[in-house]
Design a protein around this ligand. Structure first.
Ligand code: FBP
Length: 555
């Protein structure tokens, strides 16, 4: 395969490790704190995780011998869920630490996600193969998948796979659901007296796997910087041509962290934050009215252009649309056999309308035909609507146009409205990881092996103090059960890692809320430009504004 000049040069990049883990692997051990508790529902979790609940926080420390470091080991690794820049470097970190500990150690990559572990589809990662992927984006090294390890048969199959391949430990690189799975797997092995260790790694561009101890998930940094570059370019174009309103939908299955960070970076005229919509119980009409108000105000200044950012997950946070989606998910899950027999959209829509409640049926009928079709499309493996396929940006444009038409007829609006729509998601998931993500992921992978070498299981690899330069980062492990609570899933209470949504009382949102009025009326666009891999620290090595604000830094 032909490589670009950047790819060839990025192979030479040496990711920065947290200082305590830079020495010989045999000289790194763990310092353990006090026993921990889950964030909520402690009793239920304690009884479900009888063998792995409440472990202490682990910090990796150098200069202390680990007698077991050189024990020969086989480690399995899986990538789970959507791509996120840096996944290859997590595997490189595991590989380098494992080979440094003992050159006979083996790293098995299970293919195409958790399914590879269930079906025993794997490859051994060799030094030569690994080198092809260092510091590159993508998950193509072993592929990814969204299969969940759920049934007793699947757990037993994973156990068989590990036995057959003499796997001593499994590293699960994934989001909140996959790390919940990692916790269940760790408990399953422990409960069966199996010595297989399980360590998770926090991945997702959505940025919603974070808490006091996991400061960010990897991939968020690169993805938001990629989208912000594109938004900045569009803003410049909008301000040059002065004739279009650009509606840009941004990925993020549920939380609006991506949209919020992009807004902080690019200062658009409007950015909708789903969590605020929910908190204020705004309807679709309220959202449209607030956008229209800004368009009208800018038209009065003869500025018939602007940029609106829309988070992908918005629909589920608008009370009436969210209720519709939930009812539809349930309906289609319960009667999926009947539904899939209906051949035409018209028949499907009629059946759905008949079976929905009165209010939700009204909301469904009031949506444009194209959106109704998208709501009825295939569900994901968890039975949920695939939000990235709902064209909310187009829905908003249609509704804004209707409202402006009414205003024109009444004589309360004399501007011109021409729109463009965009969806940025896949553009950022496989970008070359920023220096931040390249370093962070390598450290997470390296740390994951060190946790294994120190005998831990049921932990998520962590690198902390990320708002500071890598010289001050601290590596360790956080017990998975500590991040969990019980939630209602498919009709019953299940242990899950709590998803981190945008908090309206925290610094990133507060900064946005303080500035947005000015950005709405004036043209205050900022253009962060493309991710830079070479050059001064303030251009190449700055973390996201979200991370800096969350850590109280002045920016
Ligand atoms: P993960 O949470 O698995 O990392 O996935 C994130 C994401 O990129 C979401 O932002 C998006 O909604 C989803 O994946 C799209 O995935 P797919 O292409 O599989 O539909």
């Amino acid at each position: 395969m032909k490589h670009s000049n950047l790819q060839i040069d990025r192979y030479k990049y040496e990711p920065k490790l947290p200082p305590q883990v830079r020495g010989a692997v045999a000289d790194i051990s763990v310092e353990l704190g006090d026993p921990t508790e889950a964030i909520a529902d402690q009793d239920a979790l304690r009884s479900q995780f009888g063998n792995t609940y409440g472990k202490p926080i682990a910090t990796l420390v150098g200069g202390r011998t680990n007698e077991n470091a050189a024990t020969q080991r086989t480690v399995g690794v899986i990538l789970s869920g959507g791509q996120a820049p840096g996944g290859h470097n997590v595997i490189a970190g595991i590989f380098d630490a494992l080979k440094a500990a003992n050159p006979d150690n083996r790293l098995l990559g299970f293919l195409a996600g958790p399914g590879g572990l269930i079906d025993d589809k794997k490859m051994e990662i060799t030094a030569e193969y690994m080198d092809e992927f260092r510091n590159t984006g993508g998950f193509d090294i072993i592929g990814s998948g969204r299969t969940k390890i759920e049934t007793p048969e699947q757990f037993a199959a994973v156990r068989e796979t590990c036995k057959r391949n003499s796997v001593d430990a499994v590293v699960v690189i994934g989001g909140d659901d996959s790390n919940t799975n990692a916790a269940l797997l760790a408990e399953y092995f422990a409960a069966n007296g199996d010595p297989v260790q399980v360590i998770g790694v926090p991945k997702t561009i959505d940025g919603d796997l974070k808490n006091e101890y996991i400061e960010t998930s990897f991939g968020f940094d690169t993805a938001v910087k990629t989208y912000s570059e594109l938004i900045g370019n569009i803003e410049r174009d909008a301000n040059s041509a002065k004739k279009y309103w650009h509606f840009i939908k941004l990925m993020g299955r549920s939380a609006s962290h991506i949209a919020l960070e992009c807004a902080l970076q690019t200062q658009p005229n409007v950015c909708i934050i789903s969590e605020e919509v929910k908190e204020k119980r705004q309807t679709l009409n309220d959202i449209v009215a607030s956008i229209v108000e800004i368009i009208v105000a800018r038209a009065e200044q003869v500025e018939n252009f602007g940029v609106v950012l829309v988070p992908e997950g918005l629909n589920e946070f608008i009370p009436e649309v969210g209720a519709l989606i939930h009812e539809l998910n349930d309906l289609l899950a319960t009667d999926s056999n009947y539904f899939t027999q209906l051949r035409t959209f018209e028949d499907q829509a009629e059946w759905v309308n008949k079976n929905l409640g009165r209010n939700t049926s009204y909301v469904f009928s009031s949506l444009p035909n194209s959106i109704q079709r998208q709501l009825l499309m295939d569900r994901d493996p968890h039975g949920n609507v695939q939000v990235s396929r709902i064209e909310t940006e187009k829905l908003l444009i249609e509704m804004v146009e209707d409202s402006l038409r009414e205003r024109t007829a009444k004589g309360t609006y004399t501007g011109k409205f021409s729109s463009q729509h965009h969806f940025f998601g896949y553009e950022g998931r496989c970008a070359f990881p920023s220096n931040f993500d390249a370093d962070y992921t390598y450290g997470l992978g390296y740390g994951a092996f060190l946790l294994i070498a120190n005998g831990l299981t049921g932990y998520i690899s962590s690198v902390r103090n990320l708002a500071k330069p890598a010289e001050e980062w601290v590596a360790g492990g956080i017990p998975l059960t500590m991040m969990m609570n019980m939630e209602q899933r498919h009709g019953s209470q299940k242990p899950v890692i709590r998803k981190a949504l945008v908090e309206l009382d925290e610094a990133p949102f507060r900064r946005f809320a303080a500035e947005r009025e000015a950005w709405a009326k004036e043209t205050s666009f900022t253009n962060p430009g493309a991710i830079q891999y070479y050059g001064p620290d303030e251009v190449c090595n700055m973390p996201t504004m979200t991370l800096q604000l969350e850590h109280g830094l002045e920016i």
